[in-house]
Design a protein around this ligand. Sequence first.
Ligand code: DAH
Length: 501
Amino acid sequence: MEELSALEKKLLIALRGTEGGPGIEVETLVDGKTFSSIQEVMNAASWLKTRDLVEISEKAVRFVGLGAEGKRYLEEGLPERQLFEVCKREGKIGMAEAKELLGESFGIALMHLKNAGAVVDGGTIKLPAGEVGEIEAKIREREEFLKVLAEMKEETILDRNLLNYLLKRKNVLAVKEKVVRKLALTENGAAVAAGISAIEEEVSQLTPELIQTGKWRDTKLRKYDVTRYAPRVYGGREHPLNQIASQVRKIFLSMGFTEIDYGIVQNAFWNMDALFVPQDHPARDMQDTFYLAFPEKMAVENEEWVEAVKQMHENGGDTGSEGWGYRWSRDEAEKTLLRTHTTVNTIRFLAEHPDEDAKVFSIARVFRNENVDATHLPEFMQIEGIVVEEGASLAMLIGVLREFYKRIGFPNVRFHPSYFPFTEPSLEVYTVLDGKTLELGGAGIFRPEVTAPFGVKKRVLAWGLGLERLAMLKYGFESLPEIYSNRLEVLRRPYAAKFWR
Ligand code: DAH
């Protein structure tokens, strides 16, 4: 009882005695005193309904009145009446003659006179002998019906057949639909309503005024029931993929890394050649890489870099490596493409900062010519990074990656040997979930064939990790496409992180 507002109590009182019956129409409760508007009543009613104290019934009711034609017929008579009268004198009339007499309304008049019993025979409209009275009675019925409608009271009962007939005539009747809402007490409601004695005015919202003046001391404050149902409100929030990207960014920044990015459009030189990916490598194929038509070529910034990379591919330069042993093509290297991995960011950074110790990372979009399925998208995000330091070791690389995954919430990552053209040794980072192995990314130490052409002498620890995978596992997405579907019901649901063992 204490949780009920003054308005709700008033409504319960107003509804006393309605239990078990059809209820009271909402409009009749709005008297300008107890209730000032329909909204006010419905507000109270819907809250009382959630507490099972009031029942709300809604019924769509059709109201029938005269339409524009109907009103005219009421004054001027039905068109079939006019035709009937001219027919009646002779018992018949020629079509042409009738048409002339009635003008525009002839067609309608004939149709409805026939419906009343007239027949057309050899160009003549006839009222069959002996049926004239009956035909007239039918027309009169219609005329009476229009009169009844014009003066209709609520309790008027209409003839259904006539009603349906006239409803078919265009604009004769007008129909309005209205929803009639009725309220009645439930059994519970009746019991509660019986127990209400006095209604104290109460306040449901504290105002600065009430507090400052001290009036709150003498005010009855309405109690809240915090366990009551309330509609869920969805506030705006960052897209899950952006959220996880922010978290990744924060973690690397807090670990002392700096963010870099060199843009989506690159040439093959940076995306592949500089990373010691041979020019006949299958990943360079149009099936895997999106090459660009405009611009078709992009020159390399520095001829010394071109020469050094060419030597590296052809014979290994002075690193002691044999290189790949083929004739390197500048044409192939200058082809433009959408970067296929973000390792392009770290190699460009290295070329520009060959002597520095460095810890840099990027979180950026890459593109591959893939068909979309649960685990593949033609564009996706990679988390890339390097540590450049004199004594850097594989153990350090594993340590950095473990630390990163631990901070993002995956304590259980593992590593096994792998292969990439630009690292030696190479690692694959993976995790095991529900007995299934999930690849998270690649890592390794850049080969001398990668670092030497740019004059980098220190060790470079490197990694490239998937971002969508993290979002999938962390937020319970079922597939990569689902992350990008932006379906509201997916974005709104609470994030169900899978359990990590
Ligand atoms: N670039 C690789 C890819 O896209 C991932 C990768 C592997 C990046 C090893 C690295 C690395 O930096 O060291 O599949």
